[in-house]
Write a protein that binds this ligand. Sequence first.
Ligand code: HEM
Length: 184
Amino acid sequence: MFTTFRGGQSGAWRVTLNSPVKGEGFASVPALAITQSASIALPILPSATAWRLVGVAGHVRYVEKTEKEQLAEKQAALGRKEATCAALIPIRKSAAWWELAQDERREIFEAKSQHIASSLKYLPQIARQLFHCRDLGEPFDFLTWFEYAPEHAAEFEELVAMLRATEEWKFVEREVDVRLQLME
Ligand code: HEM
């Protein structure tokens, strides 16, 4: 199943912030639409007024058994009615990251950066879904998506700041931060 995020004139989410964190950003758009499809749509031509990102919510790569259990126990589903704030943070990592072996990447991701251990405390307030797109020929490796209620917005900022200061983030070569609000 492919998930498409289309920034443009219409969609259920209103764009409240569209900010390049590292590297090139996106054209400014008022709305974001999310669609699911069984086959990958033909790429539309890049436009000055719209953009499109595709990813697949596939299986996990690094999670170990106890972490999987902890996540399953704490995590919330997407689509909660109180979660009217969202973030779409597409990320591409460097060639140096992808040249590492799986165990070396896991070491940086968790032993050195505690991506899972430090993030668990933000569950269930922040609901999340990771989409992979590196092997689809997309401009990013990952599309990360988060949903939370307005009263947890400050916690989300704390979480993002914490992750951006980790060893893992030294390998991030492009990152865009798009924040959204569910339309009435
Ligand atoms: C809400 C708290 C969070 C939790 C519990 C969490 C948990 C996880 C887990 C378990 C994975 C590994 C998936 C796998 O095994 O393949 C992962 C990967 C990832 N997360 Fe998070 N995460 C959180 C927040 C964030 C945030 C805020 C960002 C972005 C700013 C982010 C960016 C990523 C990226 C880019 C990956 C893929 C890393 C890679 O495969 O190289 N995460 N996260």
